[in-house]
Design a protein around this ligand. Structure first.
Ligand code: ZN
Length: 283
């Protein structure tokens, strides 16, 4: 028997691109539901009150647009170590180090030079960076194809916790994936270049990497700027029209006939007819 597929969607790191995030949620949800898998949503331990408020708004949006999920997002985490414990473990193992370079010093550099690598400086008020090996990491994105990068040359020793104690979103995501056992991750195409960071951290943690699928940009900027409140304020009919628009942009077979369905009925219809390959590849 094959392993059940588990999808994970975190609505909090959308950078204000709420409608685009809704489209990503749609792809993630329909991929999982069409395969009769579990769809989980959540946010990581290190989220701030503002993000928690946004998460609550997101839950209302997802509910209003017909989504349902298989977890209690406020449940205690089952993974025995938290984000800071992982950072401290890597510091103790010499895999991570303290960096005290100022923003001015880093301004001109695309890839961090590693100047604090062997300086053994105090971790107090320091940025913590992960040492990266001179290795090429490769994976096959389910929509974008093969992607590879030399992690030290193209990314460099990257920040896993900033000097204010904020955990890198990719580390937070890696740990969230481990906690919920997600087997597939769906994100916007702009995030394709951070997967290699995630692969390296998964390797250090000794966990199996999920599959990745990066969705091309399907909306223009004006569409993207809809606020969560505006998405919630739409009538049920308008919400269905918007979902149909998103499905059309994703290349899925929908027609005006589906306009009389409720959001929930529409998502059920869409999951029955879902074909991920129809999403046009592009950037
Ligand atoms: Zn430094």
């Amino acid at each position: 028997m094959s392993k059940p597929c588990v999808g994970y969607f975190s609505p909090v790191y959308d950078g204000g691109m709420h409608l685009r995030a809704l489209a990503i949620a749609l792809v993630s949800y329909l991929e999982i539901r069409s395969a009769k898998g579990k769809w989980l949503i959540g946010f990581s331990d290190n989220d701030f009150p503002l993000l928690k408020k946004q998460t609550e708004q997101w839950l209302s949006v997802l509910e209003a647009y017909g989504f349902d999920w298989d977890n209690d997002i406020f449940e205690k985490t089952i993974y025995p170590i938290n984000d800071d414990a992982v950072v401290n473990q890597w510091l103790n193992q010499g895999l991570a180090y303290a960096c005290h370079c100022s923003e001015d010093q880093l301004k001109e550099t695309q890839v961090y030079s590693g100047s604090c690598r062997d300086a053994l400086m105090s971790t107090q008020d320091a940025t913590i960076r992960l040492r990266t090996p001179d290795l090429i990491y490769q994976f096959t994105d389910r929509l974008q194809g093969v992607f590879k990068q030399n992690i030290s040359k193209e990314i460099g020793d990257f920040v896993i916790r900033d000097k204010h104690g904020v955990i890198d979103p990719d580390l937070a995501m890696v740990l969230a994936i481990v906690r919920c056992g997600a087997t597939q991750i769906i994100r916007p195409v702009e995030q394709l270049s951070t997967v290699v960071k995630q692969l390296y951290m998964q390797e250090l943690l000794g966990v199996v990497s999920p599959t990745y699928l990066h969705v091309p940009t399907i909306l223009n900027n004006q569409d993207n700027s809809s606020s969560l409140a505006a998405l919630l304020a739409l009538s049920e009919r308008e919400r269905v029209k918007l979902l149909i628009h998103l499905l059309e942009q994703l290349g899925q077979p929908v027609s005006v006939e589906q306009q009389n369905l409720t959001p929930k009925q529409l998502l059920l219809y869409a999951s029955d007819h879902w074909c991920v390959e129809l999403i046009t590849k592009g950037h």
